[in-house]
Design a protein around this ligand. Structure first.
Ligand SMILES: CCC1=C(C)/C(=C/C2=NC(=C\c3[nH]c(/C=C4\NC(=O)[C@H](C)[C@H]4CC)c(C)c3CCC(=O)O)/C(CCC(=O)O)=C2C)NC1=O
Length: 177
């Protein structure tokens, strides 16, 4: 697993250079509190984010809860909610580290094959990830209408971080599609 610092060292070493991305590392440090707040905001709303996404796909695709559907039986529904939780948790690790390697190596590696083997509908799974993305981005930007946090930062100051978070969700969709 790499974080923003170890990633810089590994890539400098592989080309035999000193670390050059010092400006990038400096802003990573400077934005540390924003990053911690973003992780806190995502993780403290995790069950809401996940259950809303799974409820969303069930409303949109009624076949999912019908006999033979992807979440038919409480066992499968529980597995689906758990997967949403796992994915969100690994994304929160990536946000903390400022690097996607923990998400890629420990969560996404082989997930597409697992879903194919079990017949988990990846289109619906990708849609659930998309709904989680919209919610998480709203939390990071502090625009979630019902759950605003009191922060000293100006509105929009977490745009860059929200974009990074969005990219992690996009990576999940790409990995299972
Ligand atoms: C380390 C990280 C990690 C990941 C990523 C992981 C995923 C994961 N999801 C699984 C199953 C599953 N995943 C789902 C998920 C869904 N079904 C749907 O229709 C929805 C679209 C979707 C929810 C959004 C379901 C229903 C199963 C059970 C499938 C079955 O057994 O038939 C399984 C098979 C074993 C099990 O049932 O526990 C794995 C390994 N496990 C891990 O340990």
């Amino acid at each position: 697993m790499l974080d923003k610092f170890s990633r810089s060292v590994v890539s400098a070493d592989s080309s035999g250079k000193f670390v050059e991305d010092l400006a990038g590392l400096k802003s990573f440090v400077a934005d540390g509190n924003k990053r911690l707040d973003a992780v806190n905001f995502i993780s403290s709303n995790a069950s809401c984010i996940v259950s809303d996404a799974v409820a969303g796909i069930c409303c949109e695709s009624e076949g999912l809860t019908a006999p033979g559907g992807g979440v038919y039986t409480t066992r499968k529904m529980a597995a689906c909610l758990r997967d949403g939780d796992i994915i969100l948790r690994y994304i929160s690790y990536a946000v903390l580290a400022g690097d996607a390697s923990v998400l890629n190596d420990r969560c996404l590696n082989g997930l597409k094959e697992t879903y194919a083997a079990l017949g988990v509908p990846t289109g619906n799974a990708a849609r659930a990830v998309g709904i989680m993305k919209a919610a998480a981005v709203a939390f990071v930007n502090n625009t979630a209408s019902q759950r605003k946090m009191t922060v000293t930062e100006k509105p929009g100051s977490c745009n860059g971080l929200a974009e990074e978070v969005a990219n992690y969700f996009d990576a999940v969709v790409a990995a299972i599609s």
